[in-house]
Design a protein around this ligand. Structure first.
Ligand code: SF4
Ligand code: SF4
Length: 488
């Protein structure tokens, strides 16, 4: 039996969807093959049940504390992590990334995108279920809703009650808390792009610039609307990741899956295993608890589908039911379709798409590691002057001109000295006094190198330039160039 057959066995086509009958999950559903489309006709009030995956979800949500706290960490005299867009530089603890290093940012984005593809191919939308901003914030918002308005049944009743003092008080409290979280979210987001302490001061003294106000308004409003009102509709209709996940997963992808072989034919709980009209009943007792807890209103028994964010909450719900009726856990479990149908689960290296993803990830990661280990605090570029390549001075010495560019990636201006080595008897002109290298910028200088003609034995001799901070000799960079001379 396959999922397509389950659809017929369960009589889904043309029938009212089971979720419509649940007292806690409602909405307008249409069926397209075995996919459910939730068009958000009514608010989903999902039930909260304890369980292993609910606990994991709470812990993974805690990782978002970093979003709120990291902007307040300091590193030397500045913010530890600062994406300084006006200054065109990113600071990540001791590392400063300038526009010249943005090839590394591209590689990082490529690495993250392919990692997401690989994770989706391996375990579906697990990122959505446990880490995504939208689902984590929605979970926090509905937690507040449950604390103030009660369980799903009470929430439905409250929604239908006429407006009175009690209902107004509850709704105002809920929306005030939602807005407070939204405001903190907006402030925290903006704090990644400007000095966080200064930013708070600027906002509260109404001195923040227009861009800061726009960012705050967009993120506060967006959080309030997306997490408070649109909820699962964002996952269904706005999120591009949801739209393309179908091409990233396959029958080997491990995600919450209903074991239809064990669960069908389903029926109300009388006695499991009882012969019923000559047919042995499956383990699913049609309690709809898996549907009632689903934050996107999906009935996973109908098959894997777009709306499933792989959160595993239906697994917790069904396991609780199985415990109560003394049946083994795992009627819904993390498994691939092939595994459910008794076919072998391939390892990662037997799946061509995983091999390709891993190869791209390895290449991107190698590039990032190379970049990070070769990111000096100073970068030196030397361009040999043309037209003329050299000049002969009145004393017979040969002189070459060099245009020197020094990129200072540290957070402060530096006094630097430039030197050259490689040609005997050379003299460097134009670098006799320390030069100023402004932080975050390329500083340009012109220097001349003179060499007595008798010291030159060929038309071209290697010459190495070095730039070095006067304050700290470990901050330096070198560049290899050539010294040109006439035929001897
Ligand atoms: S929770 Fe389990 S037993 Fe209840 S309807 Fe869902 S799959 Fe069937
Ligand atoms: S079907 Fe299960 S795993 Fe998928 S979103 Fe609903 S509760 Fe989460």
């Amino acid at each position: 039996m396959t999922f397509a057959q389950v659809k017929f066995d369960s009589g889904a086509q043309g029938e009212k969807h089971p979720a419509d009958e649940s007292n806690s999950v409602s909405g307008l559903y249409h069926e397209l093959d075995h996919w459910q489309l939730n068009t958000g006709g009514k608010t989903i009030h999902a039930k909260r049940m304890d369980g292993r995956f609910r606990t994991i979800k709470y812990f993974t949500a805690l990782t978002w504390l970093g979003f709120f706290l990291i902007p307040y960490l300091r590193w030397e005299d500045r913010q530890a992590v600062l994406f300084d867009i006006p200054g065109r530089q990113f600071h990540i603890f001791g590392l400063t990334v300038l526009p010249q290093d943005f090839w590394m940012l591209s590689l990082t984005l490529l690495f993250l995108a392919i990692t997401l593809f690989a994770i989706t191919a391996f375990a579906g939308r697990i990122f959505c279920g446990y880490f995504c901003f939208q689902t984590v914030w929605t979970d926090a918002y509905t937690w507040i809703e449950q604390k103030l308005e009660g369980n799903p049944t009470r929430r439905h009743k409250l929604d239908q009650e006429p407006w009175g003092i009690r209902k107004i008080g509850i709704k105002i409290s809920k929306h005030a808390l939602w807005l407070l979280i939204a405001l903190l979210t907006g402030l925290s987001f903006a704090a990644w792009f400007a000095d966080s302490f200064q930013l708070w001061h600027d906002y509260f003294s109404l001195q923040a610039n227009v861009a800061a106000w726009i960012v705050l308004a967009l993120f506060t409003g967006g959080t309030y609307v997306f997490a408070g009102f649109m909820r699962e509709q964002v996952c269904f209709w706005l999120c591009p990741y949801a739209r393309i996940q179908g091409v990233m997963s396959d029958r080997q992808t491990i995600m919450p899956t209903y074991d239809f072989i064990r669960g069908e034919p389903r029926g109300k709980f009388l006695k499991i295993g009882r012969l019923d009209g000559g047919k042995t009943r499956g383990d699913c007792i049609e309690c709809f608890q898996c549907v009632a807890v689903c934050p996107t209103g999906v009935d996973i028994r109908v098959g894997q589908q777009e709306g499933c964010i792989t959160c595993g909450l239906c697994i917790d719900a069904c396991n609780t039911v199985m415990d109560k009726i003394a049946r083994p856990r795992g009627l819904i479990r993390y498994a691939s379709l092939d595994a459910i149908e008794g076919k072998p689960q391939k390892n990662i290296l037997q799946r061509p798409r995983m091999v390709i993803y891993l190869a791209i990830m390895s290449l991107a990661l190698s590039g990032i590691v190379y970049g990070l280990t070769h990111l000096g605090a100073l970068k030196l570029q030397v361009i040999h002057g043309r037209q003329p390549l050299f000049v002969r001075l009145s004393d017979g010495a040969i002189q070459n001109r060099y245009d020197i560019k020094v990129l200072n990636k540290t957070g402060a201006d530096l006094l630097v000295k430039i030197s050259a080595a490689g040609v005997p008897g050379q003299q460097i002109m134009g670098a006799d006094v320390p030069l100023l290298a402004q932080h975050g910028r390329i500083s340009a200088y012109t220097v001349y190198v003179r060499v007595p003609h008798e010291n030159l034995s060929s038309e071209s001799a290697p010459i190495a330039f070095r730039v070095e901070s006067l304050a700290d000799g470990k901050i330096n960079a070198t560049y290899n160039s050539v010294f040109m001379s006439p035929r001897t």
